[in-house]
Design a protein around this ligand. Structure first.
Ligand code: SF4
Length: 348
């Protein structure tokens, strides 16, 4: 398999000089690959401050890594020629959290769809442009006659976000980076948008990187999951294994905090606390001051990534009897894409 989009030992530090106290390591030594011959949906999950949005911004070339390399089709993004960068910009498309920011309120929504067509010279005539736009809108479940000719404020948040998915589609991307695409959308519309993103992968073979704090939707649409905690990998593997049987104490905390509908429990009962369990300096595992299972060695020794199963890695001293993962690319434990029996985003 050859790599399409790759991160190699990427670290990103924000703020100050080497000796500044304001330096924050947003991402530490992350390597993974999206492959050309196997499109899949990979979720990157974590709380705010976990580094997940930093991954998206790095992959889009919006910020440069402090250490390590990002490459597309084998070419380092930092060393691309103008033509290669143009191809990269067309084939790796973002879908952001807040679609309203992308729209100019003075232009009809048609504008955001026409701009990429003219910028990348995708249509030879106005008729072809109209047909491309209609096809893209229909693919995301929007009726062109009810959508075009309107101003952004005349459409719902869900419709605006689906227009952004349609816009990404017009460019025939190989990869879509969806950063919290449904977090600002009504619950009733979330399923429709996630369904659109899911079918882009299943029907058009577009690789999706789904970045979210929401484990429920990550479970519903993805094949594999990468859990980040304060810029480091906590657990990686097939989404079924990780969500149904989380091994890392942080993943257990996240999964335990998903609200469960249980009439026997009072509100809040049965949910896992996020309160720190200790208050001391941490030089080893970053999760030590919040971990119920913390051991003496955790405070001063950074755990390696242990390979627990073929499709599972956890960065935790609890698994010291397991072999240490070889190499640094965590996507080596990703499971192949399967037609899963999990509920689809629409619940069908
Ligand atoms: Fe908890 Fe130690 Fe594992 Fe970190 S290494 S998650 S502190 S048990």
């Amino acid at each position: 398999m050859s790599g399409l989009l790759e991160l190699r030992n990427v670290t990103k530090v924000f703020g100050g000089g080497i000796f500044s106290k304001n330096r924050t390591t947003a991402l530490e030594d992350l390597s993974f690959t999206l492959y050309t011959d196997q499109s899949s949906i990979t979720s990157i999950v974590g709380e705010s401050g976990s580094g997940k949005t930093t991954v998206a911004r790095l992959l889009l070339g919006m910020i440069a890594p402090t250490k390590g390399h990002i490459s597309y089709k084998g070419k380092d993004v930092a060393e691309m020629s103008r033509a290669e960068r143009k191809e990269f910009r067309r084939e790796v498309q973002p879908i952001f959290q807040d679609p309203f920011e992308v729209f100019n309120p003075f232009y009809k929504v048609d504008h955001v769809l026409k701009v990429p067509i003219s910028k990348f010279k995708l249509a030879d005539s106005e008729a072809e442009e109209r047909s491309m736009i209609s096809d893209a809108l229909e693919m995301v479940g929007l009726r062109p006659d009810e959508t075009l000719g309107r101003y952004p404020h005349q459409l719902s948040g869900g419709q605006r976000q689906r227009i952004m998915v349609a816009r990404a589609l017009l460019l025939k991307p190989r990869v879509i980076l969806a950063d919290e695409p449904v977090s600002m959308v009504d619950a009733s519309l979330r399923a429709t948008i996630l369904e659109s993103i899911h079918s882009l992968n299943r029907e058009l073979g577009i690789s999706i990187l789904y970045i979210t704090h929401d484990l429920t939707t990550a479970y519903q649409i993805s094949d594999n999951i990468l859990v980040l905690y304060r810029g480091s990998v906590a657990e990686v593997g097939s989404v079924d294994a990780v969500i149904k049987d989380p091994k890392h104490p942080y993943t257990q905390l996240l999964v335990g905090s998903i609200p469960q509908p249980d009439p026997e429990l009072a509100w809040g009962e049965g949910r896992t606390s996020f309160v720190p369990v200790a208050n001391r300096a941490v030089n080893g595992c970053k999760f030590a001051d919040r971990c119920d299972s913390v051991m003496d060695l955790c405070w001063n020794n950074v755990p390696p990534r242990y390979q627990l199963e073929r499709h599972r890695v956890a960065t935790c001293h609890l698994f010291g009897d397991s072999p240490v993962m070889t190499g640094s690319d965590v996507s080596q434990v990703f499971a192949a894409r399967t037609e899963v029996s999990r509920p689809t985003p629409s619940g069908k």
